[in-house]
Design a protein around this ligand. Structure first.
Ligand SMILES: Cc1cc2nc3c(=O)[nH]c(=O)nc-3n(C[C@H](O)[C@H](O)[C@H](O)COP(=O)(O)O)c2cc1C
Length: 481
């Protein structure tokens, strides 16, 4: 997510976050770098992951976090080496005393030190720690060693520290860190992003291959272009699959959902240019590689993922489609150890939270508080026999569209590649679609969503609001009534 006209337009930056109490400030720093136009990929130490987790960062940066120094990327490249080669600057903020010491001694035990060692780009380091730690001769010596490497140190500030003591060690103002990054990059041309995705080209063999590579890049770009662009610039979150509620570490209570419907929606949204986050329970199909996937096996994990995406400052998505089959009940007291075979057992169940209603309410509150645009909310309701309850359910849950399917009807529901659904709308209408492939259902559903988005974003004079695609949604099929 970048804005044009910033001082870091089209720059590719790695943000390294280490295990300081100030790690939470890195989320805001990430947004500030993005607002300057940078594409930011985040590297974290294990301690930083302990402090702030990865879900928020991954959602905001639109990239997987590199936190495991032994991990490979999906394309087989070594994560930290790829980061080192792909970026034009590395910003380490906050930098702990421990990380600074490791870096000063070239210890490549985490992805940030490893990337800094492998890279030959400007490195900006913003220390944050207790005053005593900062003033210790060891830390001061380590910082001068980093200075000797040419790293830019953004000095911490004096003030009240997390320990309650007043001293020097508070992370510098974030504006200063951004300014130092801008300064470090001033004068160096923006690197061609496509070129950096290729391995080193300084061998003779690489030179002779150059024209073929240019063609391959053009082909890859053409392939990556969405077939339609009416969801470009939108962040779509889809929940998919069934939840698995543990009985003990081995057994669970689940349902028959395979995740096919939710994944079809994610694929359709990606094809139409959206950035997609998939919150994935138990599924039997492969999620699309271009989606950011957050695994959430239980109703509680799905709830946590949805809460992280709906902070009080405003929802972090434009569209939420809740297609997952979330358990309505879970074992009240899952056993910590595998239960042995011993006669019969009785399980006591408790209700799980109503995630659809709860999320809709959080979204309402966050939108009212932040003044941000209200995202479109879509729920799915698996029914058996009749849809009599659906219109009332839609109102009660507070969503814009509720997609009902009769899981008893042939070709509809769990595990099939087809679905027969009725789309109920908050405006009181409903629309029966014929038996269609799940992908066709996804296409028609997203068409309906776009109409709602356009309605919400068109000012009274009828002109589409800024940022709205002028492209009309595809004509509804014969199913529209
Ligand atoms: C609550 C808490 C806050 C901490 N804050 C800091 C800090 O601000 N700066 C620092 O250098 N270490 C801090 N530490 C200690 C580091 O987390 C610890 O040295 C850790 O090993 C750093 O790992 P990393 O640099 O690999 O992320 C803190 C520890 C705790 C428990």
């Amino acid at each position: 997510m970048t804005e044009s006209g910033g001082r870091l337009n089209n720059r590719r930056i790695a943000l390294g976050i280490t295990g300081s109490i100030a790690a939470y400030k890195a989320v805001e720093l990430l947004r500030m770098l993005q607002n300057e136009g940078a594409d930011v990929r985040v590297l974290m130490t294990n301690s930083a992951v302990e402090f702030i987790g990865t879900l928020t960062i991954e959602t905001l940066s639109r990239h997987a976090v590199d936190s495991d120094v032994l991990s490979l990327r999906g394309d087989g490249r070594i994560g930290h080496i790829a980061s080192a080669h792909d970026v034009e600057a590395i910003v380490v903020a906050p930098a702990t005393a421990h990380w600074i010491a490791a870096m000063a001694h070239g210890l490549a035990g985490d992805t940030i030190t490893a990337a800094c060692l492998a890279a030959s780009v400007p490195v900006i380091v913003a220390p944050a720690m207790d005053g005593g730690m900062y003033m210790h001769p060891a830390t001061q010596a380590n910082l001068s060693t980093l200075g000797g490497y040419g790293y830019r140190i953004v000095e911490p500030e004096s003030g009240a520290l997390a320990s309650g003591i007043v001293g020097k060690g508070r992370l510098a103002a974030l504006e200063k860190i951004v300014d130092a990054t801008v300064q470090a990059l001033s004068g160096s041309p923006v690197r061609d992003s496509a070129a950096t995705d290729w391995p080193d080209t300084d061998s003779a063999e690489a030179e002779t291959e150059a024209p073929a590579k240019a063609e391959a890049v053009a082909e890859a770009v053409a392939e990556a272009l969405p077939s339609r662009t009416d969801l470009a610039g939108r962040h779509v979150v889809v929940t998919a699959g069934g939840t698995a509620e543990p009985i003990d570490p081995v057994r669970f209570v689940g349902n028959r959902s395979t995740g096919k419907m939710g994944i079809a929606i994610a694929e359709e949204a990606l094809d139409r240019g959206a950035a997609v986050t998939l919150i994935l329970g138990n599924v039997s199909v492969q999620p699309p590689a271009a989606a950011h996937v957050a695994r959430a096996e239980t109703a509680a994990q799905m709830q946590a993922a949805l809460q992280a995406l709906t902070p009080p400052e405003g929802p972090l998505f434009d569209l939420l489609v809740m297609a997952a089959a979330v358990a309505d009940f879970r074992p009240r007291s899952p056993q910590p150890k595998k239960m042995g075979r011993s006669g019969s057992i009785t399980l006591e169940f408790e209700s799980t939270p109503d995630l659809l209603a709860e999320t809709a309410e959080r979204v309402q509150t966050a939108v009212a508080r932040s003044g941000r645009k209200k995202p479109v909310l879509v729920g799915f309701a698996a029914e058996t026999g009749s849809f009599d309850r659906v219109a009332e359910k839609l109102k009660r849950k507070g969503v814009d569209l509720l997609v009902a399917n009769d899981v008893d009807s042939p070709g509809s529901g769990f595990g099939t590649d087809t679905n027969k659904v009725t789309i109920f709308s908050i405006d009181g209408t409903h629309e029966d679609l014929p038996l269609l492939s799940k992908r066709e259902v996804a296409e028609l559903l997203l068409d309906r969503v776009l109409i709602r988005m356009a309605d919400a974003e068109t000012p009274a004079d009828g002109e589409p609001a800024a940022g709205m695609s002028a492209e009309a949604p595809s004509e509804p099929t014969e199913a529209k009534r």
